[in-house]
Design a protein around this ligand. Structure first.
Ligand code: SDX
Length: 382
C-alpha cells in the first residue's frame, strides 16, 4: 500500500496540456511546440502570451491589436494605488503586496458577473490582470522609495514599460530586450507548484482573480519562485564575506546548506532557461561589473564538478542566473520573485483557460492514519 502514495505528487500525471513541455533529461523546454531558445531570441513577451492563450503565434496585425489591448488595460484603480502606498509604509513584502493588489483588482473588474463557463470573459479578465500587475508592482516600489508612481508609457511594450515605471526613465534597448527575454523564459513551465495551485482553484470554477492570487501565494515560497531572491542574497553574502567564493561555497556545502538556484524536480541537467540567462548575464557583465557573473559561474563550476552535483542530476535552474541579470538591470532584490509572478501570471491564466475547457474538479485522496473508534467523553468529564 505504501508505494502507491506519491508524496509531493512526484511523477504523478494529473492532466494533459498543450501549453508547454519539459524534457528533464535532455534539458529541453517548448511552449506550444516552439523551443524556448527560438522564442527567447525571436519574440516578445506579448507574443508568447498570445501563443500560450491562443495556441499559435500571432500575425503582425494580431500581435499589434493584442499588445494594444494589453496596453489599454494597464491603469489600476486609485484604491489599489492607495493600498500599495499603505503596504509600502507598513514595510510589507513585495510578493504579499502583489497578492493583495491582484485580489483588489477584482473589485473593479467590469465583468465580475460573467458566467464562469464563459472562457472568453475569463481570458479578458486574465488580460486585465496581466496588464495591471506591472503597474501595481512598480507603484509599490516607487512608494517604498518615497516617490510617486510613474504612469504607464503608452508607447512601450510590457517589459520596457515596467522598467520605465520603476525609474521614470526609458530603459536602454539592451535592458528592455534582456528583461523582455527574462519574462519570456518565466512565462510557463508545465505543472509547477504555482500553476497547479491556480488549476486547483480554477477547477472549482472560482474566478481567475482567485486562481492568480493563489498562484502568487504558491510562487512566493523559497523552494519555488522565492529562490531567485535567495540566489542574489547568497552572492551578496559571498561578496561581503571577503572569502574566496570557492572557500565560501565549500564551507556552506560542508555545513549541509542547499544552494538556491540548484536542483529541480524535473530537470536532471542544466535548465535551458539558465543557459540563456547566463548568456545575458555575461553580456551585461562585459559592459558593467563582472563580479556577480564571475561569482555565479565559480559556484556553478564548483558544485557541478568538484562537488559532483552534476552527476547526481542536480544542476542550475532558472533562478541561478536570473539574480545576476536582474541585479545588473538595477532591479531591487526583493522584486525578483514578483517579477517571476508578473511573467508566470500568463502561464497561470493559460492553464486555467485550458483546464476549464474540459473541467474536472481536482480532488485527490489521502490515506487516513489517525485513530479509529474513539470513545467520546464530554468536556466536563475530561
Ligand atoms: C523553480 O517546478 C518547476 O518547474 C519550478 C520552476 C518553474 O519554472 O516553475 O522551474 C521554478 O521553482 C525552480 C526551483 C527553485 N528552487 C530552488 O532553487 C531551491 C533549491 N532547490 C531545491 O531545494 C530543490 O532542488 C527543489 C525544491 C527545487 C527540488 O527538490 P526535490 O525535487 O524535492 O528534490 P529533493 O529535495 O528531494 O532533493 C533531491 C536530492 C537530495 O539529495 P539526497 O538527500 O537524496 O542525497 O538533491 C539534493 C538533495 O539534497 N539537492 C540539493 C539541492 N537541491 C536538491 N543539494 C544541494 N543543493 C541544492 N540546491
Amino acid at each position: 500500500m505504501a508505494d502507491d502514495l506519491k508524496k509531493g505528487l512526484e511523477g504523478v500525471l494529473v492532466a494533459e496540456s498543450g501549453l508547454s513541455s519539459i524534457d528533464g533529461d535532455a534539458g529541453r523546454l517548448i511552449y506550444r511546440g516552439y523551443s524556448i531558445e527560438d522564442l527567447a531570441r525571436g519574440t516578445s513577451y506579448e507574443e508568447v502570451l498570445y501563443l500560450l492563450w491562443h495556441g499559435e503565434l500571432p500575425t503582425a496585425d494580431e500581435l499589434e491589436s493584442f499588445a494594444a489591448a494589453l496596453s489599454e488595460e494597464r491603469e489600476v484603480h486609485d484604491d489599489v494605488l492607495d493600498a500599495m502606498e499603505r503596504l509600502a509604509a507598513a514595510d510589507e513584502r513585495p510578493m504579499a503586496a502583489l497578492r493583495t493588489a491582484v485580489s483588489m483588482f477584482s473589485a473593479y473588474e467590469p465583468e465580475n458577473d460573467a458566467d464562469p463557463e464563459d472562457l472568453e470573459a475569463t481570458m479578458r479578465k486574465g488580460r486585465r490582470i496581466t496588464a495591471k500587475i506591472p503597474t501595481a508592482l512598480a507603484a509599490f516600489e516607487r512608494y517604498r522609495l518615497g516617490e510617486e508612481p510613474v504612469d504607464p508609457h503608452p508607447d512601450l511594450g510590457l517589459a520596457a514599460n515596467f522598467l520605465y515605471m520603476l525609474t521614470g526613465e526609458e530603459p536602454s534597448d539592451v535592458h528592455a530586450e534582456t528583461f523582455d527575454q527574462a519574462l519570456i523564459l518565466h512565462a510557463d513551465h508545465g505543472l509547477n507548484a504555482s500553476t497547479f495551485t491556480s488549476m486547483v482553484i480554477g477547477s472549482t470554477m472560482a474566478d481567475i482573480y482567485s486562481a492568480v492570487t493563489g498562484g502568487i501565494s504558491a510562487l512566493s515560497g523559497p523552494l519555488h519562485g522565492g529562490a531567485n531572491q535567495d540566489v542574489m542574497e547568497v552572492l551578496m553574502e559571498i561578496d561581503e564575506s571577503n572569502l574566496d567564493p570557492l572557500d565560501w561555497v565549500e564551507q556552506a556545502t560542508d555545513e549541509g546548506r542547499r544552494i538556491p538556484g540548484f536542483g529541480h524536480r524535473v530537470y536532471n541537467v542544466k535548465d535551458p532557461r539558465a543557459k540563456i540567462l547566463q548568456e545575458r548575464s555575461k553580456e551585461l557583465a562585459e559592459s558593467g561589473n563582472s563580479k556577480w557573473y564571475d561569482i555565479t559561474t565559480t559556484i556553478e563550476e564548483y558544485l557541478s564538478q568538484e562537488k559532483g552535483l552534476a552527476e547526481k542530476g542536480i544542476a542550475p535552474n532558472v533562478d541561478f542566473y536570473s539574480g545576476s541579470v536582474y541585479y545588473q538591470l538595477g532591479i531591487p532584490i526583493d522584486m525578483y520573485t514578483p517579477i517571476f509572478a508578473m511573467s508566470r501570471a500568463g502561464g497561470w491564466v493559460g492553464h486555467v483557460l485550458e483546464y476549464q475547457e474540459d473541467n474536472r474538479l481536482i480532488r485527490p485522496l489521502s490515506r487516513y492514519t489517525g485513530p479509529e473508534d474513539q470513545e467520546f467523553v464530554p468536556v466536563e468529564e475530561r
